[in-house]
Design a binder for this molecule. Structure first.
Ligand code: T46
Length: 142
């Protein structure tokens, strides 16, 4: 839990991903340990999100993730226990790296938005902190 306790919004970053362009469109490739600072063990994506719906509402103990708007747009509100910041993603060649110990809420999904997520670990319910009071207590007591 050491990284969880000490992480801050400064450890999260916008990553500009490469875009290979030709007349037939664009390709963006994401390589482990090159564009992103972890090995991807899982990929999932959020889609068909109804208007007004919000997702997230938790922090992770060990998971690192890169979020990309594969299509459309959405906002991610990040909170490190002290500071809150909102990031707007709307390009497939821009990713948001979220480190452990950051509370995230996803909202304002546009119609047809797809949130692609590259994750450093397999799905593990024990890695989630879903209680904001527990989250703040761990962050503040560290
Ligand atoms: C995160 C945000 C951006 C699985 O079975 N496997 C998976 O890999 C995932 C991600 C979810 N699930 C199941 C667990 C739940 O029954 O899918 C259901 C919805 O999951 P959850 O409520 O966690 O979904 P979100 O959109 O609130 O959060 C997800 C990720 O869980 C989370 O890590 O950062 O997307």
């Amino acid at each position: 839990m050491e990284i969880f306790s000490s992480s801050s919004l400064n450890d999260c970053e916008i990553i500009q991903l490469p875009m290979i362009n030709n007349r037939a469109g664009n390709i963006t490739a994401i390589n482990n340990q090159i564009e992103i600072p972890f090995e991807t063990k899982r990929i999932y994506y959020l889609y068909d999100v109804p208007g007004g719906a919000e997702r997230g509402g938790h922090a992770h103990k060990a998971l690192k993730q890169l979020l990309v708007a594969g299509s459309g747009s959405f906002e991610i509100e990040l909170n490190d226990g002290i500071t809150t910041k909102t990031i707007h993603l709307n390009r497939p060649n821009v990713g948001l790296l979220i480190v452990p110990g950051i509370w995230r809420e996803l909202k304002n999904f546009s119609s047809g938005a797809i949130c692609i997520v590259l994750a450093s670990e397999l799905y593990n319910t024990d890695d989630y902190i879903r209680d904001i009071h527990e989250f703040k207590k761990i962050k503040h007591d560290s």
